[in-house]
Design a protein around this ligand. Structure first.
Ligand SMILES: CCCCC/C=C\C[C@@H](O)/C=C/C=C/C=C\[C@@H](O)CCCC(=O)O
Ligand SMILES: [Zn+2]
Length: 607
């Protein structure tokens, strides 16, 4: 089936290898690229190739060294512009050609954020990072920008010599640029076939520190010590993941801690996971994001969703593995507690989208849908809930892990659809078909809103959070004096996050309650981003005016969309804060990440 988010036609031909030469120019904010595609023809006669591009200037095209003519088709509002290359002579099935394309990106490329020195920690050098997932690789190079096509790549990147370049690949040496002594050229090779969304690039004043046998952590020197401390358990997590699902095939597992504008918690770029600095809590309490990205080395990067409609295969399985690692490191009760937290997160996402919104389907129809606008916790948490439910139905964690390990082995290096996943589930559990037939598959996969069945959860760690949240919800003004600092003394930071999550699912609290909460718990002082984010939302929804400045501050000083978008949305819905929120966005939009800027403009109903 075709990929509704791409113009490419992978049934006609596949890219098998990409040889890239990139030149990064911070003055013009452009990347000049020479892209050599090794293309294998899959049908008897092929006279033209169609590739995805977005905001690219195409300079020249050659096929097997001979100049070829090309045309750019009609530009789509978010899918970009198809590039059609006329082949000098028709190709036959099994034939391979090298297609070379010279192109230049736009300063507004949706895959790239160009940072001025003042937007970095060091304040001296500029910085560039990419985020290709889901459909932005096409705004860096022409390609088949669909996750059903996998290819190896080799790349050489020319950058200013004071800066360092890293990619989602293994380094293969670096040298001074012979054409320009002010520049260096870094070489990279990725020998494991990957989909286009896993191509990644970062250029900046980076320093590295080895923290494990296969892990170096990279960041600006100002963040290095803190990052080294926070990520110290990375090798332990890698070993847990290998015990669960088999060998790690990517060679190294490096980490990059980015500037605060990075739009996601993490991105599973192979060999070099990108991580937001908002996980640097100082107590290693938010490193489950690393467990998540590590898990993607199997589910997502080895077994890949065939199109973005099957994104839950990437994310649901990865959240499941992430929480199995949580269980191995911190105990089964903690895994159960995180699982229940995920159900609440799903409830929150369904409330935000609306329970009849088709984007809350586990497998949504993405025809003419901008995947960035469709993104939410649903594929993560509804996907996880389905797997957690099946684990309980089919005989427990060890039995279900057997399926997961086998599914990964059967589909490794391939891309899968939900139908193929389900067929394999039935094949693997051939002696439990009667149980599987009881599952309401249509309710779970093709119906909006909350799932038809809720799994069971061990409540040991959740009970304290539920009790305290109930007490706040039911408290009358006269009861407020009964709350005291000791209420929190036995709660972990995870339980405090859960307490705030539960309160956010209720009707807004009266402003008297949040003022009392600040008085006894002093939550304004807490820096932990997951706590701070929920606390500020709670206050804005309670219409506490004095918190508007703090909420705007968090919305601006970091750009992780999980935080920034709800904060701006809540401020917009608070009549006394709306104008300030809109003005703050308008002042900052030019220096924001392009996808964050686009989505916030929609959230704030600004063109
Ligand atoms: C089911 C329909 C939607 C499919 C959309 C696919 C990718 C969306 C595109 O925006 C890319 C998303 C990339 C996410 C990367 C990392 C996430 O795991 C982070 C989760 C949120 C956070 O923790 O900040
Ligand atoms: Zn993920």
């Amino acid at each position: 089936m075709a990929d509704p988010s791409s113009f490419a036609s992978p049934e006609q031909f596949n890219i098998k290898h990409i040889y890239l030469k990139l030149n990064v120019d911070f003055n013009s904010r452009e990347i000049s690229a020479s892209t050599s595609l090794t293309v294998r023809c899959l049908q008897d006669s092929l006279s033209a190739l169609v590739l995805d591009t977005k905001d690219l200037t195409i300079k020249q095209v050659w096929v097997n060294g001979k100049e070829a003519s090309f045309t750019l088709g009609k530009t789509h509002s978010f899918k970009g512009t198809p590039l059609e290359i006329t082949l000098p002579c028709p190709l036959t099935r099994g034939q391979e050609v090298i297609v070379e394309i010279c192109s230049v990106t736009s300063p507004r490329s949706s895959a790239l954020q160009w940072l001025k020195p003042e937007q970095t920690a060091g304040k001296i050098h500029p910085y560039l990072f990419s985020q290709c997932q889901a459909t932005h690789c096409r705004s860096i190079i022409p390609c088949q920008d669909t996750p059903s096509v996998k290819f190896t790549y080799y790349c050489q990147v020319s950058v200013p010599k004071k800066l360092m370049a890293l990619m989602s690949a293994v380094e293969d040496g670096d040298l001074l640029d012979t054409q320009d002594s002010n520049r260096k050229i870094y070489h990279f090779k990725q020998n494991v076939p990957i989909p286009s969304y896993l191509i990644a690039l970062v250029v900046g004043a980076l320093e590295g520190r080895k923290i494990g046998p296969r892990t170096t952590i990279w960041t600006e020197k100002e963040l290095l010590e803190q990052s080294v401390y926070e990520m110290a358990e990375t090798e332990k997590m890698l070993k847990c993941a290998e015990d669960l699902v088999g060998p790690y095939v990517w060679g190294k597992y490096d980490l990059l801690v980015l500037p605060p504008s990075f739009p996601y918690g993490g991105m599973e770029n192979p060999c070099l996971t990108f991580i937001t600095p908002t996980v640097l809590a100082g107590d290693r309490s938010l490193v489950s994001v690393t467990a998540h990205e590590i898990s993607h080395s199997w589910t997502g990067n080895l077994v890949t969703n065939h199109t973005w409609e099957h994104f839950w295969l990437n994310e649901g399985h990865t959240v499941y593995l992430e929480r199995r690692i949580d269980g191995l490191l911190y105990g089964e009760e903690f895994r159960q507690f995180k699982a229940l937290g995920g159900w609440k997160e799903l409830q929150n996402a369904v409330n935000t989208f609306g329970s009849s919104n088709p984007l809350t389907n586990l497998v949504p129809n993405l025809h003419e849908v901008d995947v960035d606008a469709a993104f939410s916790s649903v594929p993560y948490e509804k996907g996880f809930a389905l797997l957690f439910y099946l684990e309980q139905l089919l005989g427990g964690p060890e039995i279900f892990l057997g399926f997961l390990k086998s599914y990964i082995q059967v589909f490794a290096f391939k891309s899968a659809t939900t139908e193929e996943w389900k067929k394999y589930l039935y094949t693997y559990f051939k002696d439990k078909v009667d149980i599987l037939d009881k599952v309401d598959w249509n309710g779970w996969m093709h119906t909006p809103g909350m799932p038809p069945v809720q799994p069971q959860y061990d409540m040991t760690l959740a009970n304290a959070c539920i009790a305290l949240s109930k007490k706040w919800v039911q408290a009358k003004e006269s009861d407020l004096s009964s709350f005291k600092a000791e209420d929190l003394k036995d709660l972990s930071s995870h339980q405090l996050i859960e307490l705030l999550t539960l309160l956010l699912l209720e009707e807004p609290l009266p402003v008297s309650h949040v003022k009392r909460m600040q008085e006894v718990y002093n939550l304004n002082e807490i820096k932990n981003s997951e706590i701070r984010f929920r606390w500020l939302r709670l206050c804005i929804r309670a219409k506490w005016e004095e918190v508007i400045t703090l909420a705007l501050q968090m919305a601006v000083e970091q750009g992780r969309m999980k935080f920034t978008r709800p904060l701006y949305r809540d401020l917009y819905n608070f009549d006394k804060a709306r104008e300030q929120a809109v003005n703050t966005f308008l002042q900052n939009r030019k220096s924001m990440h392009p996808v964050t800027e686009m989505l916030l403009a929609k959230d704030l109903h600004i063109s």
